[in-house]
Design a protein around this ligand. Structure first.
Ligand SMILES: NC(=O)c1ccc[n+]([C@@H]2O[C@H](COP(=O)([O-])OP(=O)(O)OC[C@H]3O[C@@H](n4cnc5c(N)ncnc54)[C@H](O)[C@@H]3O)[C@@H](O)[C@H]2O)c1
Length: 264
């Protein structure tokens, strides 16, 4: 797949991993549509890419809305003439255990709110589905070679306090196998799908986590520090050039282990 002059959509591109991916792709000569629900930030990232000599448009959109997905894909194709890549970084966390107990009585004092569960599934899972589906539709109808990159998480294995998030990320981790299997079935030969499952990465998302829990988790990272968004962006860029990578989800975690050193 030719990298220079190809066209990518990055959802969640206004912050963290998505922002690092948009900048990195733009430096490689990729034309980038930065998509995010955060209007001010999305415009700023696109402006900064253009100021640095890259080609970018910023599009405010909510990945959970079907009409928004159709709009940002159409706008990207109208602006840049094709579409070759979709990276689905838009994501949120709303942590909490399914049940909380009253210390005195031992009875249930609080349940995980349905809205907390639903919103995380909606943005992370449904948003990823819509973006991948409509990006693939545009690639097939345009006859353009493509790469779909759904973003899972190492917490796909099941993280306590993240029943909603881990469920979404486990489902996303399976997507490349299913999508590529269906492409094979339908005779779609020139679109690949490679998922990325990052470990704990230095972004705004982690500031919403329990900071004591995060500190404890870091003690189980062999690398001894958080992953940098640029390290994820490097891996995603590499996926463009190696067409043997397909129908799989790659973990990039710095060696995250369970307590007592068993690799996750
Ligand atoms: N940071 C980590 O440790 C980590 C680890 C594993 C996986 N991930 C995943 O990587 C992705 C990026 O996370 P991040 O850490 O860069 O987070 P981040 O909070 O820095 O960025 C997420 C972006 O998604 C946008 N967004 C949220 N809801 C949206 C919606 N409905 N429509 C469009 N945009 C929306 C936000 O505005 C934000 O700009 C997420 O899918 C996250 O689950 C992050």
């Amino acid at each position: 797949m030719q990298i220079k002059d190809s066209v990518a959509i990055v959802t969640g591109g206004a912050s963290g991993i998505g922002q690092a991916v948009t900048r990195r792709l733009a430096r490689e000569g990729v034309k980038v549509a930065v998509v995010d629900v955060n209007d001010a930030q999305v415009a700023q990232v696109a402006n900064e890419i253009r100021a640095a000599g890259g080609e970018a448009i910023g599009i405010q959109a909510d990945v959970t809305r079907e009409e928004d997905t159709a709009r940002f894909i159409q706008l990207t194709v109208e602006t840049f003439g094709q579409l070759n890549m979709a990276v689905t970084c838009a994501g949120i966390i709303r942590d909490g255990t399914m049940l909380s107990l009253d210390k005195q009585t031992g009875k249930v004092s609080r349940k995980l709110d349905l809205e907390k569960f639903r919103s995380v599934i909606d943005v992370n899972l449904n948003g990823t589905f819509l973006t991948l589906r409509d990006a693939a539709e545009a690639m097939v109808n345009g006859g353009w070679p493509g790469l779909l990159v759904p973003i899972s998480s190492v917490n796909k294995v099941g993280q306590i306090g993240q029943l909603n998030y881990s469920s979404a990320k486990a489902a996303i981790e399976r997507m490349p196998k299913i999508i590529v299997g269906e492409f094979l079935l339908r005779g779609i030969q020139n679109i690949r799908c490679v998922g990325i499952a990052p470990g704990y990465t230095e972004t705004a998302l982690l500031t919403q986590m329990n900071q004591d829990a995060l500190k404890a988790i870091l003690a189980d990272v062999h690398l001894g520090r958080l992953i940098k968004p640029d390290e994820i962006a490097d891996m995603i860029t590499y996926c463009m050039s190696n067409e043997a990578l397909n129908a799989t989800t790659i973990e990039i975690t710095g060696g995250l282990c369970y307590p007592h050193g068993i690799a996750k």
